[in-house]
Each structure stands twice: as structure tokens, then as C-alpha cells.
Ligand binder design. Sequence first.
Ligand code: FES
Length: 341
Amino acid sequence: MLKWILKKEPKASHNVAVQKGGEEFVYAVVENETILDSALAKGIPMPYSCQVGSCGECRCKVVKGKISQIKDLRYMFSDDEIANGFTLACQTFPRSNLQLRFDSPTQVKEGRIVDFEKLDEDLYKVLIRIEDVFDALVGQFFSLINTRSTSRYYSIVSLQKNIDNCLLEIHVGLKTDGVMSNWWRDIFSGEASRVIGVGAAEGQYSVRGKGNIISFASGSGLGVTVALITEYLRSNDAAEAAFFGVFRGGQSNYFENILSTRKEEFNGRLKASIIDSDEFYQRKQGNFAKKLTLDCPVLSGIKSKDVSGLICGSCNLVARAKSLMANLEVAEDKVSYDEFS
Ligand code: FES
């Protein structure tokens, strides 16, 4: 094993030993710097991309030592993974000397894109077939790797498990500067190989309580959130859900379509409203506050009921929705969120 001992800095308070592949790097971390920031400043090769806790590239395991984290990482890790010491280097401060391990990438299975459908402006439904068993739940996410060696996490909207194969549904939002958007455009126009790599399912975006639900989602976060709400309302007859879709201009045919049958099925137990993103982010005055507090029966008595939160969308959407939930006194540990980079 190659061992590099880097020069100790006088201000450092903790030593971090990182095992990655066959190498070990030991470096000192300045107080209040994350493990990742400190490593990058010293030129230590660590996997990373977003640096804000969204992509999961810097996922690692704390083998020994104490840490603190910038934010609650339950959107990224299951309870078991958290109990087993998994964290994100970009969100972690050392609170003692540490031993960390970057496990070799999870086994990647070969998949094939078998179908796709346009749902809305720049939003597509994609079906992926894996000729193997795939252990996953709706709401978990996996790393999709294309033949151009680009990868990104996608949430599982539905999955059909068979004895020796699995069919996964994901929703893909195209962006002007998206990491994989150009590749997706080539897929949709038939100009790229449909063979892909599928990493193991991770995370745990799920309903955390037993009572009513309040939820905010946008873009490719809508499908998975509707799927979770549907599953929950079907198995909890007395529960109700308030679901707010955030859209520019306060309009989306997709949102209306996807929910019309569900509203009928749940006969008043599902209240869904579209919010203009400018109102949601308080860039303009609107009636969103009224929708949230008066028009939504599910929220009456919210303080006395066990209410769970579901949030899926961009970092900005998650931050704003979390603060709205805090205002509504939804307990922090009952809020589950899936944040996109
Ligand atoms: S670099 Fe840490 S989650 Fe993206």
C-alpha cells in the first residue's frame, strides 16, 4: 500500500486518514473546513462533483472517529447506511482524528433504455430494463452511467421486479446546462446508444410518519412524489395529502393530467395545487399563502396531527419548502427530501 504523509499544518486540529483503492492519504484538517474542502486544498484526489451534498460522488464511510455534518443527510442515505457510518465528505467536519474509506464503486449492472415518452416541456418519462434482479424501492435513487462516462443520480418513480429482470421508470428533466442533458437529447433523437450502467439503489425518500402529508415538488421530482403519496394513501384510508407543484407561471398540463385520476381515486383526500414559482420564492406577491393556510383542508389542525413532509426538487426548492414546513411546525425528523443538483 502506498502511503503519503502530507505536511502537518499548524492550525489543524484533526488528522484524517483516507483509504481509497490501494492507497492511503493522511492529512490534517483545519478547524471548520469540510473533509473534502481540506483534501482538495491539499491536492488529495477525492471523488466529488457538486460540493453541496447533492450528487453523492463524495460518499464515504467513517471507519473510526467522530464527525459533525452541515445538514441532515437522510435524503441521501438509508437509516442503515447512517448507522453504518456513511457520510458525504463535502458535508462533514471532523470532530476527532478520523479514518475514512471510499469504497470501490458499487457494482454497476448493465441496463437498456427500452422506451421514453415526453410528459411536459423538457420533461420525459424513461423506462430502463435490467436483465438481473435489482434490489430497490420507489423513492430511492441510483447512479446512471452512460457510454460517454458521464453519470448522474435519478429517482425511481416505479419499478416492476420480475424473477430475473427489472423494469425501472425514471423522469428526466432537460436543462440548458445539465450534466447529461445533451446525451438525453441524443437518446431521444435516436443518436446515442441506449446501453447504460445502473448503480445500486441508495437513499430513502419516503413518508416518515403515519398521519397526513404535506408535499412540495417540481419538474422531475413530481412523478416520484406522486408515486409515494399514491402508495401511502392507498394503504392509509384515513390519511389526507396536500400536494403543491411549483411551476413557472403557475401552469402545467402534466401536473393537471398526472393528478386528475389520483384526485378521483382518493375522493377529496388528495388536495393538489399549482404554485407560481415566483410566488413560491416570494419574488412576487400572490395568493400562495392563502392556498397554503386556508384553501387546504388537510392543513387544518396540522399542529395537533402527525404530519409528514415530502419535498423533491432543486436545492432552492428544498430550502424554501423546508422553511415553510418549519413555519407549519412539521417536525424536522418527519420531513423527507430528495434534492437535485
Ligand atoms: S460533492 Fe459531495 S455530494 Fe456532491
